[in-house]
Structures are given as C-alpha cells and as structure tokens.
Design a binder for this molecule. Structure first.
Ligand SMILES: NC(=O)c1ccc[n+]([C@@H]2O[C@H](COP(=O)([O-])OP(=O)(O)OC[C@H]3O[C@@H](n4cnc5c(N)ncnc54)[C@H](OP(=O)(O)O)[C@@H]3O)[C@@H](O)[C@H]2O)c1
Length: 165
C-alpha cells in the first residue's frame, strides 16, 4: 500500500532551492508519528536536503539512477518499481518526495496525507501535482490555526483514492 505525504502551499509549491518552504513544527510531529516504524521512499535530492541524513526508526529508501550512490542508513534503488518490489506487499509505504517522485508515485498511491498551507510563497521551484478530485476523495480535513510557532493556518487533508478498497 503506497501513501504519499506532503506539505503544499495554495499554488501546490513544495520547495525552493532544494529546501522546504515552511517550518511548521506540528506538521513535522505528524510526519514523524505517521512514518515512524514504516518504510519511507524519497528521491536523492530530498535525501540530500535532510539536515541529519537518514531519518531514525524508519527504513529509508533513496531513489537514484547513479549506480554508485550510497548513503549511511539508507538503501538505494534505481527505480520506484524496484524499490516497491522490495517492500512487504501489505505494509504502508510512505513516499516523502520530492517533486519527481511524487509525480511518478501519485498514480500508484491509494492515500495522500496532504498538509495544505494557507499561503502562496514568493518563490518556489518544486511543485506537487494537481489533486484530481474525480480520482481522490477528501476523507478527513483537520484545521490547524496559525499561532506563535506556526506562521500560517493549515489543514491536514487526507485523501483516499476513489474506487479503492
Ligand atoms: N513540501 C514537502 O512535503 C516536500 C517533501 C519532500 C521534498 N520537497 C522538496 O522537493 C524538492 C526536491 O524535488 P526534486 O524533484 O527536485 O528532487 P527529488 O525527487 O527529491 O530527487 C530527484 C532525484 O531522485 C532520483 N530519482 C527520482 N526518481 C527516480 C526513479 N524513478 N528512479 C531512480 N532515481 C530516481 C534521481 O536521482 P539521481 O540524480 O541521483 O539519479 C533524481 O535526480 C526540494 O525543494 C524539496 O525540499 C518538499
């Protein structure tokens, strides 16, 4: 079972200069709580953007076409299909970005955990694909107000693929 987890701005922006655009501690906490103990799959550039390398207490899979790419605490695969073939069929596998991996994986995913931020950033160079509401049903939407630690209001929006099990 493939799930996608992402934080998007109103214009679908997800990154700029190979960095996240927003710092939302409660979103990071939710990311940690959903993904800990599971397999996470990411592109090589997203991996290189992680400040401390592999994320602890998770199986870290990095995608790269480079046959020599290796990084401590990770497994490398050279295609998404190969990575998924090396996961347990029934486990929830979290695709954690970036743009190129989201674009490839959205067609395979059955669940989207989308943190939707009520802001449009001045600059962005990485985007999430448009969520097609003919294909995706909004199953849950939990608002989070702006506060001292969160500059913007946002929602935790969970989408389920229509016609899925
Ligand atoms: N807002 C969010 O939730 C969120 C989450 C994650 C990332 N981001 C942002 O997304 C941006 C990065 O996205 P990106 O598209 O530039 O980079 P990316 O998807 O993180 O990484 C791209 C690289 O991954 C490898 N790759 C991707 N698909 C592959 C495949 N099918 N098979 C083999 N290798 C594959 C390639 O590595 P090689 O070049 O080594 O072959 C490719 O150059 C950053 O700004 C980051 O901050 C945002």
């Amino acid at each position: 079972m493939v799930s996608i987890i992402v934080a998007v701005a109103k214009n679908n922006a997800i990154g700029y200069g190979n960095k996240l655009i927003y710092w939302l501690p409660d979103d990071l906490k939710r990311f940690k709580s959903l993904t800990t103990g599971h397999t996470i799959v990411m592109g090589r550039k997203t991996f290189e953007s992680l400040p401390k390398g592999a994320l602890p207490n998770r199986r870290n899979i990095v995608l790269s076409h480079n046959p020599h790419f290796q990084a401590s605490g990770t497994e490398t695969f050279h295609s998404l299909a190969d990575a998924l073939a090396h996961c347990e069929p029934k486990e929830e596998i979290f695709i954690i970005g970036g743009e190129s991996v989201y674009k490839e994986a959205i067609g395979l995913a059955s669940k989207l955990y989308v943190t939707t931020i009520e802001d449009t950033p001045a600059q962005a160079d990485a985007f999430f694909p448009e969520i097609d509401t003919d294909k995706w049903e909004l199953a849950q939407s939990i608002p989070h107000e702006a506060d001292a630690k969160h500059k913007y209001r946002f929602h935790f929006n969970d989408y389920i693929k229509k016609g899925g099990e």
